[in-house]
Structure formats: structure tokens, C-alpha cells
Design a protein around this ligand. Structure first.
Ligand code: NAP
Length: 250
């Protein structure tokens, strides 16, 4: 079943669009009528997706751990389509490692991309929406069920995602009178490049067996909420988190 939303006239910037969930968000927003700026570091993959989508997509090479890249990315999106009024801060890395073993720079890298990068992306979008007087800005930040579930081996990652949820709530309140709605989506486990190797292991397979439905989610499980949160229908929804996990955390 496909879900539809009318996003025509919207200009979206999606980070982490070279793979997995971000790639899907690019496709579904474009299919719903939005112009899409596709951000990530791997240029070739972004170009391939942009050419698949067509004229309403533009590839933007950016590293969300660097503010200058984020500013340049929004400049490029604006030059292509006009002011960005819809942001999906999705870029992320897994940052796996037991707490006692994880190197300091890996902890730093995880927080820098997943948390700092998401905040910088959201605030750059908001600054520009506020300056341009956009009446109905939408910011969606991708967190994770690990924001709420104790997750051995994912200490830095889960902390970064809990940070995303609370940062979004605070930003939602800061910008409440601007018309910008800021929400988070906290997905359960969906097989993508971020976890593909893990779910090939015996431990990964056992984890799936412990889920109530004994399965991983499909990427399409996020579509209805993502589209709704990017649309005008979300005008009364801000500072909310949507756990979409196929019941994995029950
Ligand atoms: P993925 O396939 O590995 O995609 C991650 C994306 O983030 C890639 O496009 C990657 O592109 C981009 N990225 C990583 N570091 C970046 C950086 N410094 N600057 C810009 N882009 C960067 O994984 P995914 O599953 O789609 O993950 C997307 C988001 O969903 C992540 O935030 C992840 O934590 C979250 N999430 C995933 C799951 C799941 O089970 N899959 C569950 C909960 C939450 P480049 O390498 O080209 O830069």
C-alpha cells in the first residue's frame, strides 16, 4: 500500500540521502511533489539518486560534522529551488563499541555526526525559514528506539539519539511562534548499510528472534509519519516523538 501526501511547493533538504532511509525519504518526498536537496558525503551516490528522481532533485555533497558544509549545502539548495522549508536531519553513523573499549575519538565522532550535526542542520534550516518568513516550516529529526531502550554496545549512539529527541523538543519550543514544527521519528531496527553486517551474525539473528514479531522492519514502515510530518497536516504537531518500531521494544 502506498501513502500519499501533497508536498507540492515544498523545498526539502534531506541529510544522509546517499543510502538507506535517507534515500527512501528523498524518493517519497519527491514522489509527493517536493523539490528535494539530497545531502551526504558520497557524491556519486547522490548524483545517481538525483538523476533517477529528475529535475526536482539536486545532489549536495556535505559533511554534517562541519558547519561550513551545512551552510554551503543550504546555500546550494536555495540556489536550486528557493528557501528550504522542510528539513529531514537523518545523517547518522552506528558508533558501535562496548563502552569500556570504544576509543575517545569514536565517541566524539558519533556525537559529532549524530547529535551536533543534527542540531546544526535543524538550526540552519530554522534560521533561514525565520529570515524568509516561511509560515509553515517543518523539521523532522531521525532518532532511534535506542534513545529510550538501554542498548549495550551502543552507548555513544544511544546517547546521541536521546540527545536528538530532547534537542528537538527544545527547538520546537524555541521556534513555537514561528510556524516551524520540530518533531522526531524514532525507528526500530530496519536493515540498511548501518546494521547489515550485524544482522548477518548469529547474535544479530537472535536479536530478531526476540522481537515480538520476530522480524526487522521494512523501510516503508516510516513513510506515513514522515510524509505527514513534512506536510501542512502537521501544523498542530510539534515537539513530539514517534516511535515506529513494529513493536520491537514492547
Ligand atoms: P545508512 O544506510 O548507513 O545511511 C546513513 C546515511 O548517513 C548515509 O547516507 C551516509 O552518507 C550519511 N552520513 C553519515 N555520516 C555523515 C556525515 N558526516 N555527513 C553527512 N552524511 C553522513 O543508515 P540508515 O539506516 O539509513 O540510517 C539513517 C538514520 O536512521 C541514521 O541517523 C540512523 O541512526 C537512523 N536509524 C536507523 C535505524 C536502522 O535500523 N536502520 C534505526 C533507527 C535509527 P555518506 O556516507 O555518503 O555521507
Amino acid at each position: 500500500m502506498s501513502i500519499s501526501a501533497d508536498l507540492s511547493g515544498r523545498n526539502a533538504l534531506i541529510t544522509g540521502a546517499s543510502s538507506g532511509l535517507g534515500m527512501r525519504f528523498g524518493r517519497i518526498l519527491a514522489a509527493s511533489g517536493a523539490n528535494v536537496a539530497l545531502g551526504a558525503r558520497r557524491k556519486d551516490r547522490l548524483e545517481a539518486l538525483a538523476s533517477e528522481i529528475g529535475d526536482t532533485a539536486t545532489p549536495i555533497t556535505m559533511d554534517v560534522a562541519r558547519e561550513a558544509d551545512i551552510v554551503a549545502g543550504f546555500d546550494a539548495a536555495e540556489a536550486a529551488f528557493g528557501t528550504v522549508d522542510t528539513v529531514i536531519a537523518n545523517a547518522g553513523i552506528d558508533g558501535q563499541g562496548m563502552a569500556t573499549e570504544q576509543a575517545e575519538d569514536e565517541i566524539e565522532r558519533t556525537l559529532s555526526i549524530n547529535l551536533k550535526g543534527a542540531i546544526l542542520t535543524a538550526r540552519e534550516g530554522a534560521k533561514r525559514m525565520i529570515d524568509a518568513g516561511v509560515p509553515n516550516g517543518r523539521i523532522v529529526m531521525i532518532a532511534s528506539i535506542t534513545a529510550f531502550e538501554p542498548s549495550p554496545g551502543l552507548v555513544a549512539y544511544s546517547a546521541s539519539k536521546a540527545g536528538v529527541v530532547q534537542a528537538a523538543r527544545s527547538m520546537a519550543k524555541e521556534w513555537a511562534r514561528t510556524g516551524i514544527c520540530v518533531n522526531t521519528v524514532s525507528p526500530g531496527y530496519i536493515r540498511t548499510d548501518i546494521n547489515n553486517d550485524w544482522f548477518e551474525t548469529d547474535a544479530g539473528k537472535r536479536q530478531v528472534k526476540r522481537f515480538p514479531k520476530q522480524r526487522l522492519m521494512g523501510e516503508e514502515g516510516l513513510d506515513p509519519v514522515i510524509l505527514m510530518l513534512c506536510s501542512d497536516a502537521a501544523q498542530f504537531i510539534t515537539g513530539a516523538d514517534f516511535v515506529l518500531d513494529d513493536g520491537q521494544a514492547l
